[in-house]
Design a binder for this molecule. Structure first.
Ligand code: F6P
Length: 383
């Protein structure tokens, strides 16, 4: 039987621990979120456990640092005290996937530049902590022959193949606290309050925060709304003697009319809207203006924005990040590259990067959570 060697050069199943060395790059890419540092700490801790000699290269500002050779050698101490620290100690940047094949400002091929840095640094593996776009690039680098491990980051929770991404549960905490605070002032004034929640093109964050904080109406991209149905839901509450209503709207929510136009026409309409029109800066203002116009009710809009990505990770995210990080360390030890660590049914496992790349995990309008929300009397503005 052929001997099965690990990345550490050890023979699997052998008892004796032999000297082993590993040189791993860490990179955080795309929008930041809570638990990026906790995840890096998790990988580092596992590597220090599994290997005799560990060198970790921290690449600065995501793929930009990989392109331009901007990095530093990290020390064991760098991973102390960062379990609870928000943001990323490495910095991040957005290098959208659609631009990675476009030459940089000096005419350089971005992917070739990244590969050159990887080789120059003599990395055994590169860990990419990132969301959808970043994991697509990670998959491309893996197909180009680099040893890559992906770690699923984003407050949007929209990465295909994992039940949860780190950052999501912390963002749910913040977004639901915002709605909690709005609740008391809404009750005092008897107004309609609209809270716009991040989430890019999906409604996970809005759905969870809305349910957690007892919103009355939840509008998400996966369930296009009809403004008249939203107004009916507001009237129903009024008829029940409720003085106020709370609408949690996802930043990507769309009306039925817009959804019927198709994606391209939606984009054109948004781009051609005058700077000061109601559709800018965001969907919450557009909905607020329509409600005020059609009902005469007083409406207020709150957009917590990047607050939702800030601060310390919640305990659930610290555990998730540590588990994903530890498992990533084990994948490196086992020499299993081209994979992303994921959580499925509360077990950490891994899937090929190619399985997840380019696919969005959206809220299924027919899922049980949506049905349960409807059973609670919540309106999705669709019927
Ligand atoms: O992907 C995370 C996210 O916060 C989205 O929810 C939001 O649409 C986007 O990033 C905001 O991006 P930026 O930080 O570039 O403004």
């Amino acid at each position: 039987m052929a001997e099965n060697k690990t990345a550490a050069g050890k023979t699997k199943g052998s008892q004796a621990r032999r000297p082993s060395k590993i040189r791993v790059g860490f990179l955080t890419s795309g929008g930041d979120c809570q638990a990026l540092n906790a995840t890096m700490r998790g990988i580092a801790k596992a590597l220090y456990e599994l290997f005799d000699s560990v060198e970790i290269i921290g690449i600065h500002d995501g793929y930009r640092g990989l392109m331009h050779g901007d990095w530093h050698l990290m020390q064991r101490d760098d991973f102390s005290g960062i379990l609870t620290r928000g943001g990323t100690i490495l910095g991040t940047s957005r290098v959208p996937f659609k631009t990675v094949r476009v030459p940089d400002e000096n005419g350089g091929d971005k992917i070739e530049l990244m590969k050159a840095t990887y080789r120059k640094l003599k990395l055994d593996c590169l860990c990419v902590l990132g969301g959808n776009g970043s994991q697509k690039t990670a998959n491309l680098l893996s197909q180009e022959g680099l040893n890559i491990i992906g770690l699923p980051k984003t407050i949007d929770n929209d990465l295909y193949g994992t039940d949860l991404t780190f950052g999501f549960q912390s963002a749910v905490d913040i977004a639901s606290s915002v709605i909690d605070c709005i609740h008391t002032t809404a009750a005092s004034h008897g107004r309609v309050f609209i809270i716009e929640i991040m989430g890019h093109k999906v409604g996970w964050l809005t759905l969870y925060a809305g349910m957690a904080a007892g919103a009355d109406i939840i509008l998400i991209p996966e369930i296009p709304y009809d403004i008249n149905v939203v107004i009916d839901a507001l009237k129903k509450r009024e008829a029940q003697g409720k003085k106020f209503s709370i609408i949690a709207v996802a930043e990507g929510a769309v009306s039925k009319e817009k959804a019927a136009l198709g994606k391209r026409a939606q984009k054109q309409a948004a781009e051609s809207a005058p700077e000061n029109s109601a559709v800018r800066p965001s969907v919450a203002y557009e909905i607020g203006a329509r409600i005020q116009e059609l009902t005469g009710q007083e409406v207020r809009v709150t957009v917590p924005g990047h607050m939702q990505r800030g601060g310390a990770p919640c305990p659930e995210d610290r555990v998730l990040a540590s588990r994903l990080g530890a498992r990533a360390g084990k994948l490196i030890y086992d020499g299993q590259f081209g994979r992303m660590v994921v959580i499925q049914n509360n077990e950490i496992t891994s899937i090929p990067l190619s399985v997840s790349a380019g696919k969005l995990k959206t809220v299924d309008p027919n899922s049980s959570i949506v049905e349960e929300a409807r059973l609670l009397g919540l309106s999705f503005g669709d019927r």
